[in-house]
Design a protein around this ligand. Structure first.
Ligand code: LMR
Length: 400
């Protein structure tokens, strides 16, 4: 029956991460997957998460586990809305946002993509060149044709903003434009506030649907600053669909917690959209799981726990920035290349090193250092104990 089925070629991120775990060498370094490791190279359990989990443990543990509603836990969804859109604008007051609790950011992308495919069957999707590998997979999986718009400038390590604007300004109405709110994956190159303000009227005039992926809120400049793009486009009247993830900023990867929000014209439209989103969830996985969402809702809805969380998140952000500076300083002491500036200019978890696939292969084979073959390096996998080793190895493969 299944003889004709070809082998799965693997995923460029998840399969490489599996290869890393199979590698028996001591001193190997994982800079492949977008996961934050702490100064000791360990996956942290945030203290605030431990506090919230302890508080949720009553005599009977967390108690019974009925099915959640298709949309998820109401207090979690409200907390998502406040974190993504801010509490002081008219959007939430006027109940114009429909929101789901989703299975991480990927689940939000999938449900959002299926929802749009059903309701905008003529539309096509544009993603940045390059983008997170799975964006294309998810949208094509829903049946969309996926194109790219210019984004990264390999020569400068920065943004091709004018080319990006020109491409978006020429799109047919109701095109779906996938944008990264902050900490662009894989390049670490973001639009400035000024550039978002310039892009907003173009998207509105072209009647584009902005599908904004915010997987790294808090890892760029801070929770509010990182949401600038979302809030600016939503306030400018752009049709917005927002996927947000709590995998990284709560270090709760395996709990699969995220959100999908659709900004609507009014409360009545938002209710109808919410119903269609719920129906899309029912067709995919019926309803989301409980534990991680309860923990996150408990933290976001309590002023003291939330304060603790933002402090721990700032610590993670600052440690990443310190590792960027450290890698840059060490590399600069070994080699001289204008390409090194991008290590400190780009932000968030990733740096697009400009290393070729061949150089990346040498890093892995000769030095046990794992990066994506696109040259993406996860800065959050560096620490004081391995940054020198990584700099030495990068300098060696760049020199020969
Ligand atoms: C990444 O880009 O490495 C992360 O978002 C993990 C993933 O699922 O690809």
């Amino acid at each position: 029956m299944f003889e004709h089925i070809p082998a799965y070629p693997g995923d460029p991120i998840l399969s490489l991460n599996e290869d890393f775990h199979r590698d028996a060498r001591l001193g190997k370094v994982n800079l492949s997957i977008g996961i934050y490791f702490d100064a000791k190279g360990l996956l942290p359990v945030l203290r605030v998460v431990q506090h919230a989990e302890q508080a949720l443990q009553g005599e009977r543990g967390e108690g019974p586990r009925p099915y959640l509603p298709m949309s998820g836990i109401a207090s979690y969804r409200e907390a998502v809305q406040a974190l993504v859109f801010g509490t002081d604008g008219p959007l939430l007051r006027d109940e114009r946002v429909a929101t789901l609790q989703t299975l991480g950011g990927s689940g939000a992308l999938k449900v959002g993509s299926d929802f749009l495919r059903r309701l905008f069957p003529q539309s096509q999707v544009w993603i940045s060149d390059p983008s997170w590998e799975n964006h294309r997979v998810v949208f094509e999986g829903s049946g969309f044709t996926v194109h790219t718009y210019p984004y990264y400038d390999a020569a400068t390590g920065g943004l091709q903003f004018e080319a990006m604007m020109a491409a978006i300004a020429a799109l047919p109405p109701r095109s779906i434009v996938l944008l990264h709110a902050c900490c662009h994956n894989p390049t670490g190159v973001d639009l400035s506030h000024e550039q978002w303000l310039q892009l907003a009227p173009v998207l509105r005039e072209r009647e584009s649907i902005a599908f904004i992926d915010m997987a790294y809120q808090g890892f760029g400049a801070g929770l509010d600053d990182d949401a600038f793009a979302v809030r600016t486009l939503a306030q400018a009247g752009v049709a917005c669909v927002v996927a947000n993830s709590f995998s990284k900023n709560f270090s709760l990867y395996g709990e699969r917690c995220g959100g999908l929000s659709v900004v609507c014209a009014d409360a009545d439209e938002a209710q109808r959209v919410q119903g269609q989103l719920n129906g899309t969830v029912r067709a995919n996985y019926s309803n989301p799981p409980t534990h991680g969402a309860k923990v996150i809702a408990a933290i976001l809805n309590d002023a003291e726990l939330r304060r603790q969380w933002t402090t721990e998140l700032s610590d993670m952000r600052e440690r990443i920035a310190a590792m960027r500076r450290s890698l840059h300083a060490d590399l600069s002491s070994r080699i001289s290349s204008p390409r090194l500036d991008r290590y400190v200019q780009q932000r968030g978890m990733f740096t697009y090193t400009g290393l070729t696939a061949g150089q990346v292969d040498r890093l892995r084979i000769e030095h046990g250092i794992y990066l994506l073959r696109s040259g993406r390096l996860c800065i959050a996998g560096l620490n004081a104990g391995n940054v020198g080793q990584v700099a030495r190895a990068i300098a060696a493969v760049m020199a020969t």
